[in-house]
Design a binder for this molecule. Sequence first.
Ligand code: ADP
Length: 336
Amino acid sequence: EEVVSPYAAVDERDVETSLRPKSLKEFVGQGRVREQLGVVLDSAKARRQPPDHILLSGPPGLGKTSLAFIIAADLGASIRVTSGPAIERAGDLAAMLSTLDEGDVLFIDEIHRIARPAEELLYVAMEDFRVDVVVGKGPGATAIPLDVAPFTLVGATTRSGLLTGPLRDRFGFVAHMDFYADAELESVIARSARLLDIEIEPDGAAEIARRSRGTPRIANRLLRRARDFAQVRADGRLSLEVCRAALDVYDIDEMGLDRLDRMVIDALVRQFNGGPVGVSTLALAVGEEVQTVEEVAEPFLVRAGLLARTPRGRIATRAAWEHIGVPLPHDEARLF
Ligand code: ADP
């Protein structure tokens, strides 16, 4: 497992649950999303009605699942949790919807990966609180409408562009989550350190924050790895020096780039002369899945100003050439 993967490792689930913020007030950063969501929830409570369906969109590890639990807790509602890939047949979803009580929150993670027939059933349920269960096959098949209790769907997606129009249109509120600023990550780290009983100095927290790719999940993981390092190689206290030494062990550079990021940039510059090159060719060159390059490496590289997506493919920016330490060819220099 890559130490800077934005996805949770299986053995991390428990510690992640224990570190989840429990209320909007405890949720660090994402000021706009918090404010908008606060209004959505408060007004629904004032009307004593379930709020509109909510879509949480953004890269992995930014707090979408945490927000889904916060929404349910704030509404005093029960939450049912599933994911797009887990819903293989429309019937699975119909069964789940039919057991919901009024006001329940249904959380569907990775909702862009839901199978098409289930998706069609879902958007009818979202709009009309009804599912049509098809009984029989062929010309004799009949659709039996079943009522579904008014519920709130909270969907999370890392790829909102992959949602079909009809599904997207049925969300009354879309929260766009963005990478966190370093100062926000410092707060996340300080809070987690308190909960995990870890002693960390402010400049140590700042160093971890800077290398966490704008992602709370990674910040929390690097904090735990630095804690491990401090326990066996130092006196347990996370000073700036100890944090730096720990992060170097895990091969995370000054900008927060890991091995895969550096390989992508390196291939782009050295093998493809800065691009443009298609993402699948690029993925092949670094020996990774296209999805990993697209969802893990690229968003961060774009944000760091090292890679740009163009209609003709991916290109390395001037900063990327500088980061790799390869002089920009003369005719390329004119491009920037
Ligand atoms: P996602 O569903 O977007 O992948 P999660 O909600 O599972 O992300 O968050 C991953 C981890 O990061 C959680 O354990 C949580 O403790 C932490 N985290 C995420 N966002 C925040 C935040 N705004 N404040 C504090 N901790 C956060």
